[in-house]
Structures are given as structure tokens and as C-alpha cells.
Design a protein around this ligand. Structure first.
Ligand code: NAD
Length: 255
């Protein structure tokens, strides 16, 4: 068994897409997975998939990452229930896809609240628990839009760029304590999120073809391909990597 088998992993936004695929991937390695999401139905379905399809161990905790006190209390419960926390994947995120002047103040705040405050909340609240554990690995979700631009992604870009530099800064703060902090930066991944964008367009088929062309590999990625990078950043295989991001983007960012 790998070191992952000994780990307790907390994943936010694990009721769908990348978070769900990551829960399944860690479970397959024998980790104990705390599945958290604001969406109870989705979260419970992920636990069912982990147990029935992967033969793994998971528990669901309802959690809105915007609520600091709730984040702190769920992380404490997970640590008490499973003997500590080794890995936190701050994955929950939203995207509203609109030009800056068509984005309302409410939409701005919603994206900042989930994508930025959610990452801040999880990271801050997990530190004392990881310290108690003698170290740990925090993995934050960014995006290629953390360092590249695209029309209608302006506010999303603001939030994902913030996550990248937060990752670097926090890595410098907690490195001396054996806590590593890294990020993943996906390109277009086949989940509900980009499909919402595609469905808003006049010719969805054409938009899919166009966005496939933006990747060197000429396709979108699968959520499992992001999960593999998260697994690497959680494992001993990446023991000297901190403050970095891994693009899982099929070459989107080298085109
Ligand atoms: P998704 O919509 O399938 O999953 C997002 C999950 O986050 C959902 O289960 C949702 O309920 C949950 N969530 C939303 N708000 C929440 C909150 N306040 N508290 C807790 N959970 C909340 O989309 P996905 O593609 O799997 O997205 C996961 C992450 O990946 C996001 O941060 C997204 O920005 C990032 N990302 C996705 C892509 C892509 O192309 N799919 C690309 C780059 C980055």
C-alpha cells in the first residue's frame, strides 16, 4: 500500500465533477475520504460511488465553504472521527461566465466568496490540525485562468489568480512545519461547470469544437486526469514540491 492508504483526505465540493473524481481516486488507493459539499444529494451520491464502485471508505459532511465557522467545525469533526487530517483539497468553486460590465455585484461577491474565501477558510482552519499531525498537504484549485485571460472569465480570473499567489505565500509560512501547499490549474475539464458555459452559447457544438482546438491535445480533459495530479501532490512522491501549481490542461497554456 502507498502512503496514501494511511491518509485522511478532506475534499470540498466533492459532490460533483473534479471533487467527486478525486474522492474516488483517493478511495481506490485506500485513503479515508471526507466528502464535503453544500449539495447534500451530490455528496451522498459520491459516498455511495466510493463505497459501491471503489470498495472504499468515505463519510459525508454537509459544508458551505463560505462559512468560516462551519469550515472549522467540520474539519474538527473529521479530525476527531478519523484521527487527524493529512490532506485538504480546496476544490469547491463557481463560475458565472459574463463580460465584466454584465456581471452584477452579487455575482462578483458570489465568485469571490466561494473561490477565494472558500480556499482561505479551508486553509486557515486546517493548519492547527495539520500541525497537530506533524505536517500535511493542502491542494488548492486554481485554473489556467489563474494566469491566462479569456472574455467572460474576467471575475473568475480574478479569483483563480488570487488562489495561485495565496498558494505561494502560504507555502512560505507553513513550510517550516512540514505542511506543503500547492495548486492544480485545469484547462477545460468535462464537468457541469464548462457545460453550463457551452449551453449558454448560440451554437454549443461549435463552441465545444473551438475549445477543444485551444488545447494541444485537441480535447477536453476528464475529471480523473485532474484527480491524478491531486493524488501526486498529496503523496510522498511530491515531498519536495511546495508553493507550485501543476497545469492539467492538455497544453492549453503552451498554445
Ligand atoms: P462542478 O460544478 O461539477 O463541481 C463544483 C462543486 O462545488 C459542486 O458539487 C458544488 O455543489 C460545489 N460547491 C459550489 N459552491 C459551494 C460552496 N459554497 N460550498 C461547498 N461546495 C460548493 O464543477 P467542477 O468543474 O468539478 O469544479 C471544481 C473546481 O474546479 C472549481 O473550483 C472550478 O473552478 C475548478 N475548475 C474547473 C474547470 C473545468 O473546466 N471544469 C477548469 C478549471 C478549474
Amino acid at each position: 500500500a502507498s502512503d496514501i492508504a494511511e491518509q485522511t483526505v478532506v475534499i470540498t465540493g466533492a459532490g460533483s465533477g473534479i471533487g467527486r473524481a478525486t474522492a474516488r481516486r483517493f478511495a481506490r488507493e485506500g485513503a479515508t475520504v471526507a466528502v464535503t459539499d453544500i449539495d447534500v444529494e451530490g455528496g451522498e451520491e459520491t459516498v455511495r460511488l466510493v463505497e459501491d464502485e471503489e470498495g472504499g471508505t468515505a463519510a459525508f459532511y454537509e459544508l458551505d465553504v463560505r462559512d468560516y465557522d462551519a469550515v472549522e467545525s467540520v474539519l474538527q469533526s473529521v479530525a476527531a472521527d478519523h484521527g487527524g487530517i493529512d490532506v485538504l483539497f480546496n476544490n469547491a468553486g463557481i463560475n458565472q461566465f459574463s463580460l465584466l460590465e454584465e456581471t452584477s455585484l452579487e455575482e462578483r461577491d458570489a465568485m469571490l466568496d466561494v473561490n477565494v474565501n472558500g480556499v482561505w477558510n479551508g486553509s486557515r482552519a486546517v493548519l492547527p490540525l495539520m500541525r497537530e499531525n506533524g505536517g500535511g498537504s493542502i491542494i488548492n484549485i486554481s485554473s489556467v485562468y489563474g494566469y491566462l485571460g479569456y472574455p467572460t472569465e474576467t471575475t473568475y480570473c480574478l479569483t483563480k489568480g488570487a488562489v495561485l499567489n495565496f498558494t505561494r505565500a502560504l507555502a512560505t509560512e507553513v513550510g517550516p512545519e512540514g505542511i506543503r501547499v500547492n495548486a492544480v490549474a485545469p484547462g477545460f475539464i468535462d464537468t457541469d461547470m464548462p457545460m453550463q458555459f457551452v449551453e449558454q452559447q448560440d451554437d454549443p457544438e461549435a463552441v465545444i469544437a473551438e475549445t477543444e482546438e485551444m488545447h494541444a491535445l485537441r480535447r477536453w480533459g476528464q475529471p480523473e486526469e485532474v484527480a491524478n495530479a491531486v493524488l501526486f501532490l498529496a503523496s510522498e512522491e511530491s515531498s519536495f514540491i511546495t508553493g507550485e501549481y501543476i497545469a492539467v490542461a492538455g497544453g492549453y497554456d503552451v498554445m
